[in-house]
Write a protein that binds this ligand. Structure first.
Ligand code: TXA
Ligand code: MG
Length: 328
């Protein structure tokens, strides 16, 4: 078989015609090049497995050019799956859902689920649209070989095995799509990619990573200012800067107050301060109360930096918010 390398409108037209005749065609996507066939044509799909030397028990994902095509391919779109679709499609993500009757077993290797991907690459979109059918496609490499990110990679690996390679430049993402399984109780990442676990967790609340770790989204409220007293508050880099800031404010006719551990008592002398104890647990226990007291007793709070060891890191997490990150 001769392998043609074409680009532009001619490539799309020829590619679509080949697909409609039950052939396979290589096309570019933003992740890697894909080797496509009509997803509803089992014979055509089998040609992919032959050309790649791919085991039949390894399912293919189905590529679409419009979200309307999803309804035909799956039996149900959960609310969570819809969120992922709304947020990340088109783009480098594959969403696994329960398959519909229409999807042949050859595509899903007998599984009751199907992976759906809508590439954002304009040539991929144009090609799939011109085919007028969803396109089953794995990466366009011989099984076990490196995935292709340039048309020349495909040509060198697959020449003689495919009739047409649609040339679409270098793949801009460069690794395969993130695969997220939305058919299970807990959304699970099966393959990490450019859409990260953090990005997915943000949309879904939590997600199980491909290593089995649960990633919980940052609580939505975390981005807002929090734990702020009614008066300005700063965190001091050192005890010395804490004391000099206090004296400066006093000279400016402000009413400053210090929040710090008892051990600094001998340096503080007769300056006003709130003692939060000396141990991690004491500081944890006393810190909010100290802030409440501080805002009542003064109009400028200067707090010690307790460092980032152990539970002090949690205290500083709050104090950095209280102070709006302002340090002296
Ligand atoms: O970026 C990509 O996803 C590229 C481009 C061409 O779209 N495609 C791609 O396909 O990487 P492939 O076949 O090389 O990798 C798809 C992976 C395979 O590991 C396959 O086992 C898995 O997806 N897969 C497909 N359908 C699945 C399903 N229903 N459940 C679980 N895994 C599935
Ligand atoms: Mg692959």
């Amino acid at each position: 078989m001769e392998t043609e390398l074409l680009t532009g409108k001619i490539a799309i037209e020829k590619g679509a015609k080949l697909i409609q005749q039950g052939n396979i065609v290589v096309f570019p996507t933003e992740t890697v090049y894909g080797l496509g066939a009509n997803a509803f044509d089992s014979n055509a799909v089998n040609k992919i497995f032959i050309a790649k030397g791919r085991p039949n028990d390894n399912p293919l994902i189905v590529h679409i050019s419009s979200k309307d095509q999803i309804r035909d391919l799956v039996s149900n779109i959960s609310e969570a799956a819809q969120k992922v679709i709304d947020e990340f499609m088109p783009g480098p993500i594959t969403v696994i859902m329960e398959k519909s009757q229409k999807v042949p077993n050859e595509v899903t290797a007998g599984l009751q689920t199907v992976g759906i991907r809508m590439p954002v690459h304009p040539v991929a979109q144009e090609f799939i649209k011109a085919c007028n059918t969803p396109i089953a496609a794995p990466s366009a490499n011989t099984s076990t070989k490196i995935s292709p990110t340039k048309a020349i990679h495909v040509y060198e690996d697959m020449k003689g095995k495919v009739p047409l390679i649609i040339e679409g430049g270098d793949c801009q993402v460069g690794i395969e799509s993130t695969i997220i399984d939305m058919s299970t109780e807990h959304p699970t990442i099966l393959r990490p990619g450019a859409i990260t676990e953090e990005m997915l967790a943000k949309v879904l609340g939590s997600v199980v990573t491909f290593k089995g770790k649960v990633i919980v989204a940052k609580a939505p409220g975390m981005k807002y200012k929090h734990y702020a007293p009614n008066c300005p508050m700063v965190v001091a880099d050192s005890i010395e800067s804490m004391i000099s800031e206090y004296d400066k404010k006093l000279n400016d006719n402000a009413k400053p107050i210090l929040i710090c551990k008892s051990c600094h008592k001998n340096l503080i002398l007769d300056r006003r301060y709130i003692d939060v104890g000396n141990t991690e647990d004491e500081v944890l226990r006393n810190i909010y109360s100290a802030l409440h007291e501080g805002e009542k007793l003064s109009n400028y709070i200067i707090c010690e930096d307790f460092g980032n060891e152990g539970k002090y890191a949690s205290v500083m997490n709050r104090l950095n918010k209280s102070s709006g990150g302002i340090r002296v």
